[in-house]
Design a protein around this ligand. Structure first.
Ligand code: GDG
Length: 457
């Protein structure tokens, strides 16, 4: 088997950075085959970026480039995070369309392709990740690489009607078809992409996800990402997890814990969730003093304007709910705008009676799967999951909700808090079986089988 070459905006150069799902998956794949992981160093330089840095760890070579100030502002903050991220999450209203940022985005894709291409050897397979590099397949072809290139999109692919809002959509689509294999999180994303190519460019669907279009054939399939299920279970049994349980236990007393953990992002539906919590306490005074809702929301991309506004909105809502319902010895909604260690989160999930995962749109949502793996077999909590998370296609035994329907969400939280032990166990076992069998290794193997199957034997 040849080497694997991964390209993603951020890499995981230190073992401490390899805690997230993507980082673990890519790292394990690279370690087993030997290979290269290319991406942004995380540094922004004055003037033009110099030669890339190379590092080596356990047989994996990291190839890291700084971004110039203009690249950082236009490619990363601009086109990737202020155009593609909102549009792909169906928030066309939040996108800052600007053709100049697209030019820089395309140029960064090409610059990184030109750094990687000379290092590629016959037999290598290239695996590109996420929306920062939609054009990378085409950029690598221009840099004269003709071996296999796969791409995995971690965020949703929107309905064609929404994708067409991007002024550059035909260029992006054409460039994406330079990939041999395109992986999506869900069947819905795959269907959206396929329908776009069929409607817009007379693409023709063939066997096993193949689409003939632009004089070439691309394989587009759903490969739902999994988690390191066993690793997360172990994290929930670690000492750090126990310490976190003990710390929150002091505050909880006998109250039931409802937990949410989300990067602070408008796609995660946090204001809607907070309002539903307010409605829950309005409608159910019997729950006052008996339930504690804790939302952990580490700030992300705080330089982008929409994120600043979200922060203000959440502060306002939490203040109002606690002002209306709180008491001398009870804070109904605790909202912590900071991060915790993975093991600590696992400990909190374990003792929670309810996990709230209610994004307005999400490619997959790994928190839903982590919540499931952290549960105690004897006394499992209940997962409430948005129908708009990719995970809803797999985790059908969760309580599936529409996060925009606040009244219904409030009643679903009530249902979860009062659910019988028997039903909680029954639902949880079904969820656990899926999360365990369709884990990160399953995801990686399915994708690489299709990608590396293209290699001449
Ligand atoms: C993108 C897509 C897709 C969160 N807070 C802390 C922390 N986390 C960890 C969680 C989880 C990860 O971050 C978040 O993953 P999600 O999947 O929930 O969401 P995104 O960050 O938006 O990820 C998403 C994913 O890519 C993978 O393909 O599922 O749809 O949007 O692992 O536990 N980790 C630590 N401290 C925190 O405070 N250590």
């Amino acid at each position: 088997m040849g080497r694997l070459i991964a390209i993603s905006n951020r890499t995981a150069t230190q073992s401490s950075n390899r805690a997230g799902g993507l980082a673990v998956a890519v790292w394990e794949s690279l370690k087993s085959t030997g290979g290269v992981w290319a991406g942004w160093s995380g540094d922004v330089c004055d003037g033009e970026p110099g030669e890339p840095q190379t590092l080596e760890d356990e047989g994996v070579e990291f190839l890291l480039t700084d971004l110039s100030r203009e690249e950082h502002d236009s490619y990363y903050l601009g086109y990737a995070n202020s155009v593609l991220w909102p549009v792909f999450h169906y928030r066309v209203d939040l996108a800052s369309f600007d053709s100049e940022t697209f030019q820089v985005y395309a140029a960064v894709n090409q610059r990184i392709a030109s750094l990687v291409a000379p290092r590629l050897q016959q037999g290598d397979s290239v695996w590109v990740h996420d929306y920062h590099f939609l054009l990378m397949g085409d950029s690598l072809r221009r840099a004269d690489w003709d071996g296999p290139i796969g791409f995995f999109l971690h965020i949703p692919f929107p309905a064609p009607e929404v994708f067409r809002a991007l002024p550059e959509h035909p260029w992006i689509a054409r460039a994406m078809c330079a990939y041999d294999v395109i992986g999506f999180q869900s069947e819905q994303d795959r269907a959206n992409f396929t329908r776009y190519l069929v409607e817009e460019f007379h693409g023709e669907e063939g066997e096993d996800g193949e689409i003939a279009v632009f004089g070439t054939t691309v394989k587009a399939k759903a490969y739902p990402i999994g988690i390191d299920a066993e690793g997360f279970k172990q994290a929930s049994e670690s000492e750090l997890a126990e310490q976190a349980e003990a710390r929150i236990g002091k505050f909880l007393g006998n109250r039931l814990l409802v937990i949410g953990v989300d990067r602070m992002d408008y796609s995660k539906g946090l204001p809607q969730r907070f309002e539903a919590v307010g409605e829950l306490f309005d409608a159910h005074p019997e729950l006052h003093g008996r339930v504690s809702v804790t939302q952990i929301a580490p700030p992300s991309r705080s330089k982008v304007e929409e994120y600043k506004e979200l922060r203000i909105e959440l502060d306002r809502l939490a203040g109002r709910i606690n002002g209306d319902h709180g008491d001398l010895d009870w804070i109904p909604l605790r909202y912590l705008a900071r991060s915790y260690q993975r093991e600590e989160l696992a400990g909190l999930f374990k003792i929670a009676r309810v996990g709230l995962v209610t994004p307005l749109r999400d490619g997959m949502n790994l928190v839903a799967k982590e919540f499931v793996m952290a549960q105690d077999d004897e006394d499992p909590g209940v997962l409430i999951l948005s129908e708009f998370a990719g995970a809803a296609e797999q985790l059908t035994a969760a309580l599936i909700v529409n996060p925009h329907d606040r009244g219904k969400l409030a009643e679903t939280i009530h249902l979860a808090l009062t659910m019988s032990l028997e039903e909680r166990q029954y639902r949880w076992r079904s969820l656990r079986d899926i999360v365990t069998s369709q884990d990160i290794n399953w995801w990686r193997a399915r994708f690489l089988k299709d990608l590396q199957g293209l290699q001449p034997v």
